[in-house]
Design a protein around this ligand. Structure first.
Ligand code: PMP
Length: 411
């Protein structure tokens, strides 16, 4: 077949056209920033614009973009080796170094790390692990939770607007209402696990109230169900502690982590006791396997990320920054700001304001995002390295957008 060559640059399709033609889309309205590079708090586009990142690629770039410690760790690993063998066969320094450091920071019972490439895989792994360990098949999750888009994780969604299109999904899944302790009796001796986020993210940032997580923990222990905490979005300092379960004072049986773990590289994991984890080892052996889980470059990046998080005093100031956001984000069209650390939802008084406020923030060259299950709130999840001056700047941008939306669309 003859290839049609463009005669001059004017005939060349733009990157925008190529993106729309050849990179699969998941909505009709992608943001379409043409990314040239990213550094610290900023993303730079091909046309020379600089965007102030208040979203961190949805809670991924917690250390900002291209943090030097992460970059150095990646570079060092690149000079040693890439993939050598499917997960769990070879001893790779990068995997053991991160696992040792991480488990040293967790409760003693969280001692064994199974690596994945994405959050949804960690959730899949945790579901299989719980079934295998308990010999039960019923799984309970919370309504308005999001745990990933593969079919097992998708089955945990309560929102049938999404999941209906993909039926049949996994049987044996039921939902309880987050923060409603009266429903905990649904967790019983048939339950393999309860899987939940310590702070519901996509529902629009709902932290636990009235010791809800401790009550779930107690009920799980009582009936022998595993408590699986999905800290994929809350982990690695986002809520002002290394993990939200420390903040809310519970220890899960299985901890799922991802997103910010790799400092911008793809990596996720589930962490559990050796006793629980060993149930994927026998009858059948190879109970869960993956080729690229725990890729050495991602593990090296994760170790660099964790080292910088701890050594550069990034987590402790999160609560002070959160407080400034909460103090400053006051406006007649802001109903409330819900938060846990720098995981924040700005809820507006009326649904109609949302898209105009978000659009005006983006016009001012700052990035915020929507939630999956909340049509009145937008997400604020800046890199944790944001300075106090930048917090002020972010609040000014948001308040300007609120002023604009109220003036134009209020009444
Ligand atoms: N759990 C939670 C709480 C999440 O926020 C996400 C991603 N938004 C996932 C699981 C799925 O992670 P991934 O997109 O890496 O598969």
């Amino acid at each position: 077949m003859a290839i049609k060559l463009a005669k001059n640059t004017e005939d060349m399709p733009s990157k925008r056209q190529l993106f729309l033609s050849h990179v699969a889309q998941t909505s009709d309205f992608p943001l379409m920033l043409e990314v040239e590079k990213a550094d610290g708090m900023y993303i730079y586009t091909s046309n020379g614009d600089r965007y102030f990142d208040l979203n961190s690629g949805i809670s991924v770039s917690s250390l900002g973009h291209r943090h030097p410690t992460v970059m150095a760790a990646i570079q060092e690993q690149l000079d040693k080796h890439l993939h050598t063998m499917v997960y769990g066969e070879h001893i790779q320094h990068a995997q053991i170094a991160f696992a040792k450091k991480l488990t040293g920071l967790l409760d003693d019972s969280l001692e064994s790390v199974y690596y994945f490439m994405s959050g949804t895989e960690a959730v899949e792994g945790a579901m299989k692990l719980a079934k295998r360990y308990t010999g039960r098949h019923q799984i309970i999750s919370c309504s308005n939770a999001y745990h990933g888009s593969t079919q097992g994780a998708e089955s945990l969604r309560s929102d049938h607007e999404y999941s209906r299109a993909f039926l049949p999904l996994l049987p044996g899944i039921s939902h309880i209402t987050f923060n409603d302790a009266s429903e905990l009796d649904q967790i019983n001796h048939n339950t393999a696990c309860v899987i939940l986020e310590p702070v519901q993210a996509e529902a629009g940032v709902h932290p636990p109230v009235n010791n809800y997580l401790q009550k779930v923990r107690a009920r799980c222990s009582e009936v022998g169900a595993l408590m699986v905490l999905d800290e994929i979005q809350t982990g690695f300092g986002r809520t002002g502690r290394l993990f939200a379960h420390e903040k809310y004072e519970v220890v899960p049986d299985v901890l799922c982590i991802g997103k910010a773990m790799g400092g911008g590289m793809p990596i996720a994991a589930m962490v559990s006791s050796l006793e629980i984890m060993k149930s994927l080892q026998k009858n059948p052996m190879l109970g869960h396997i993956t080729t690229f889980g725990g890729h050495p470059v991602s593990c090296a990046a994760a170790l660099g990320n964790l080292t910088a998080l701890l050594e550069e005093n990034i987590i402790t100031p999160v609560l002070e920054k959160e407080k400034v956001f909460l103090d400053k984000l006051k406006h007649p069209i802001i109903k409330e700001v819900r938060s846990s650390g720098l995981m924040m939802a700005v809820e507006l008084t009326k649904r109609k304001f949302l898209k105009h406020v978000v659009a005006h923030i983006i016009e001012q060259k700052a990035i915020v995002d929507y939630f999956l299950f909340n049509d009145r709130s937008f997400r604020l999840a800046p890199p944790l390295i944001i300075s106090l001056e930048q917090v002020d700047e972010a609040c000014e941008i948001i308040l300007t957008a609120c002023e604009y939306a109220e003036g134009r669309y209020g009444g």
